[in-house]
Design a binder for this molecule. Structure first.
Ligand SMILES: NC(=O)c1ccc[n+]([C@@H]2O[C@H](COP(=O)([O-])OP(=O)(O)OC[C@H]3O[C@@H](n4cnc5c(N)ncnc54)[C@H](O)[C@@H]3O)[C@@H](O)[C@H]2O)c1
Length: 366
């Protein structure tokens, strides 16, 4: 097991990544919280509970009270939060209660937001069960829900007391979800960790075969990168923006396809390919480096095909949530293992990067 510290001005906590954490979760949580409160809630989805609920329950002397959120972005809403809060009140929840978010990024984001506003804030623990949630969404304190107008438009920063990433639970994750989540680790490597890039390059077969040691290595390195960035820039006023590498065109793809055709990681995979091309054109990366990274991305694919127009994608980048006062911010890789944020990327440059990406999509049928 590996322990990674997140240390921000508002919170300090550990992320534990390893095998068989679920079996001993109850006592591990007690080590973090002291004696468990009278009411411990676990927010999960019916699917995850059916697969892993028993394993989680068995590790507690008194099993937590289960609350359910159906799978899917359409349930990541304020009305779900209200329903869950009412259920907590009815079950005797109070300011001393503890919430455990046990699921993928959706459960984590909704659970974190519920904990942030329930009785003006209660503590919570993240038990992420998807690869993406383990390496990305459970770490860093961003919580929130969607509005019909867009994703994650309501939310707050509320850090968990601890995160337990059990690699074993990834055993039931679909191949597609695993590969999409791995794009976040590829991203972590390209922007800040050359050694992770090398490892993922050399050990792709083991990682994709879910070899526990290989997974632990990749997951821990990815978490370490995110924890380090978040610890230096908790509220995304500078450095944390690099985590949005691949997101300019990635988000545009998600938006144009109405979040239906691609998983988030897949859209980011294509977005990274476009950003690498832009970096190559600007000379912040050599052609050889950009090609090598592109090959790495494809080795964790296949990425779904894109039947889209570059002009439409560029237009969609105008509404990127990362833009501030109309200025378009773009994360540009600077070689392998480093990245910076620029705000002078022109529409022509984006168009040309999008064209390149779409040509790649035609050349790499899924
Ligand atoms: N807060 C953040 O910093 C942050 C960062 C990135 C993404 N996110 C959010 O995360 C969400 C996406 O998260 P996600 O990719 O985990 O998707 P998800 O939560 O929808 O989970 C994906 C699917 O996998 C299933 N699943 C989960 N764990 C499983 C397991 N162990 N075995 C089998 N099936 C399992 C779920 O039931 C679901 O159907 C988005 O809403 C996104 O906005 C948040």
């Amino acid at each position: 097991m590996q322990t990674i510290r997140v240390d921000t001005p508002s919170a300090r906590y550990d992320v534990f990544a390893g095998s068989d954490l679920l079996a001993t979760l109850g006592s591990r949580i007690e080590r973090v919280t002291g004696r468990l409160p009278r009411r411990v809630f676990v927010l999960t989805s019916p699917e995850i509970w059916a697969l892993w609920g028993e394993a989680l329950e068995q590790s507690f002397a008194q099993p937590p009270i289960a609350l359910f959120l159906p799978a899917g972005e359409k349930h990541k809403t304020l009305s779900s939060v209200e329903r869950l809060a009412r259920q907590m009140i009815e079950a005797g929840g109070d300011r001393g209660s503890l919430l455990i978010a046990f699921g993928g990024g959706i459960v984590g984001d909704v659970g974190g937001f519920l904990a942030a506003i329930f009785m003006r804030g209660i503590p919570y623990i993240q038990i992420p069960t998807t690869f993406l949630a383990q390496v990305d969404s459970s770490v860093g304190g961003k919580t929130g829900v969607n509005l019909p107008n867009g994703k994650n438009l309501l939310g707050s920063f509320h850090h968990p007391l601890a995160v337990f990433a059990d690699i074993g639970v990834l055993g039931t994750l679909s191949e597609r979800e695993l590969r999409a989540g791995l794009m976040e680790s590829v991203k972590a490597g390209i922007i800040r960790d050359r050694a992770l890039v090398r490892y993922m390059d050399e050990r792709a077969e083991d990682v994709l075969a879910r070899d526990p040691k290989a997974l632990e290595k990749v997951i821990a390195a990815s978490i370490r990168m995110k924890a380090d960035v978040v610890s230096r820039d908790e509220r995304e006023s500078g450095l944390r923006m690099i985590l949005n590498f691949g997101h300019t065109l990635g988000h545009a793809i998600e938006q144009v396809t109405r979040y239906k055709a691609l998983l988030h990681g897949e859209a980011i995979g294509w977005g990274m390919i476009a950003a690498l091309e832009l970096a190559r054109q600007r000379g912040t990366m050599s052609t050889a480096q950009a090609k090598r990274m592109e090959k790495l991305i494809h080795s964790y694919g296949p990425l779904p095909p894109l039947d889209l127009r570059a002009a439409r994608l560029v237009a969609a980048t105008g509404s990127d949530k990362k833009n501030i006062s109309g200025v378009r911010r773009f994360v540009l890789p600077l070689g392998i293992g480093d990245a910076g944020v620029v705000d002078d990327v022109t529409s022509q440059e984006l168009h040309s990067a999008a064209e390149y990406m779409l040509a790649q999509a035609r050349a790499h049928p899924a």
